[in-house]
Design a protein around this ligand. Structure first.
Ligand code: IMP
Length: 446
């Protein structure tokens, strides 16, 4: 069964894009399965870099099809810009295919996103959700309300006119709506240009499964932002879980082979919502600076904190992780110690280890209980070189112990570790090299 899914295990920005890109050349199809231009997958190659928003990283690899799948909401105007930027930089190497079933984000949705956020922040002190303002929520609302425009409609002028007309009537409560005729013209033109890429993508993937071609489902956003299982209402409007990746691609569950969960060695979050292990002050600033923690889509500074094993155990269960990729371990190198939250003390006095409160206000109130572990040395170029060459054998003792500890606590082996922004700053540790087992004393002490 050749289907692998990469999902974020935290609040987004775990470097899923980087892990997907690292793996992509081993796959024939790489599929984005949900979300839209709220995602920002940064890929660095030497001095050059690119941020993918609506394309999967298959676009960067020759011989790979980059499918923007049915579960997505796509802004066709910004997609064209993304394609043009990639082509201008000479990075567009894959075969881009856009699902005809993906929904279209219109300027109306972006307006509505702002309108909804204003509604939520009307009372002083109300944080709102801190959305990316890319129209994601309203586009999914219209999708489920059955008012949505789909990518295929961009290639059918009659249907486009009728559906757009209905949508304008539905949005009549919004101020400063664009001119419907002008928008129709713009969408028809974009539709004509994108038409050769707009296709039915499920048969392509089913055919791939039948002929044994491997498929990578590239998640965007993350488990704790899932509209049902995340920290509701501080979530996005899609299902960024392994189950969501199947719905968002049309691949049946029994075909799924591997589920790779991606987690930073610490945590970050952009936007509002509970974040039990958030660190303020100098240490928070340190993580932000060393980790370059700024949103790839909005440029907002990310909130930073320590690794939260309660949430990671929950994400592992929810997604059925078969392996973990732990990223940004270099950021913690050289610290005096590495705190890890192992459980919560709830306001009721109960201890919580693997299932966080489903009510955001209660999650806000938990007290994280930390264990502090010896840190590993700072990452020198020499260490990076050794890791690239020797893999698991070159892991510094305390880092190896930390990874074993995470594996033991989540019951998921750690197979990948990433220690920098570059494509080759990731190593595959191998099957079973960091399996769930208690770390030894000598590992901890190096
Ligand atoms: P929306 O997806 O723009 O509606 O935003 C809802 C929440 O999800 C906000 O807190 C965003 O900051 C967050 N969010 C959405 N996409 C991402 C992402 O790709 N990385 C991190 N946070 C995200």
């Amino acid at each position: 069964m050749p289907v692998t899914v990469v999902v974020g295990a935290q609040f987004g920005d775990e470097a899923k894009g980087k892990i997907s890109d690292y793996l992509a050349s081993g796959f024939r199809h790489v599929v984005r399965t949900g979300g839209g231009p709220n995602a920002g997958h940064s890929i660095h190659l030497g001095e050059r870099s690119v941020v993918l928003h609506q394309l999967s990283c298959g676009a960067l690899h020759p011989g790979v099809s980059a499918i923007s799948g049915p579960g997505m909401v796509i802004n066709p105007m910004s997609l064209e810009k993304e394609l043009a930027e990639l082509a201008a930089k000479g990075w567009l190497k894959g075969d881009v295919i856009l699902s005809e079933r993906a929904h279209v984000i219109l300027p109306l949705h972006e307006l509505e996103d702002g309108w909804e956020e204003a509604l939520r922040t009307a009372n002083p002190g109300d944080p709102g959700l801190g959305t990316t303002r890319r129209g994601i929520g309203p586009a999914y609302e219209d999708r489920y309300g059955r008012f949505g425009l789909r990518m295929v409609d961009l290639t059918r002028p009659e249907a486009l006119r009728t559906k757009l007309d209905l949508l304008f009537r539905r949005k009549s409560f919004l101020k400063d709506l664009p001119d419907p005729q002008a928008l129709f013209g713009q969408l028809s033109e974009v539709g004509q240009r994108l038409a050769p890429m707009i296709r039915a993508t499920e048969p392509i993937l089913w055919g791939a499964i039948e002929s044994g071609e491997p498929i990578l489902l590239e998640g965007a956003q993350s488990a704790l932002l899932d509209v049902d299982f995340g920290t509701y209402p501080y979530v996005t409007s899609s299902h960024p879980t392994s189950a969501g990746a199947l719905v968002g691609s049309g691949i049946p569950p029994a075909e799924l082979d591997e589920v790779i969960g991606v987690s930073k060695a610490y945590s970050t979050r952009v936007g509002a919502g509970p974040f039990p292990t958030e660190v303020q002050g100098e240490l928070g600033e340190y993580l932000r600076r060393e980790g370059g923690e700024r949103g790839a889509t909005t440029g907002r500074p990310r909130r930073c904190g320590w690794l939260d094993l309660v949430l990671l155990r929950y994400a592992a269960r929810l997604n059925g992780f078969t392996s973990l990729a732990i990223t940004k371990v270099d950021v913690l190198g050289g610290l005096e110690e590495v705190p890890v939250c192992t459980q919560y003390l709830a306001s009721s006095g109960e201890t919580l280890r693997r299932y966080p409160p489903s009510v955001a206000e209660e999650l806000e109130k938990v007290t994280p209980i930390y264990e502090k572990f010896p840190a590993w040395p700072g990452f020198t170029e020499r260490l990076k070189e050794r890791l690239r060459r020797e893999g698991a054998r070159a892991l510094p003792g305390p880092l190896r112990a930390f990874l074993h500890y995470v594996a033991a606590e989540t019951h998921v082996p750690v197979e990948w570790v990433s220690f920098g922004a570059q494509r080759d700053d990731t190593v595959w540790l191998g099957r079973g090299a960091v399996a769930p087992r208690a770390p030894t004393v000598t590992e901890w002490t190096g």
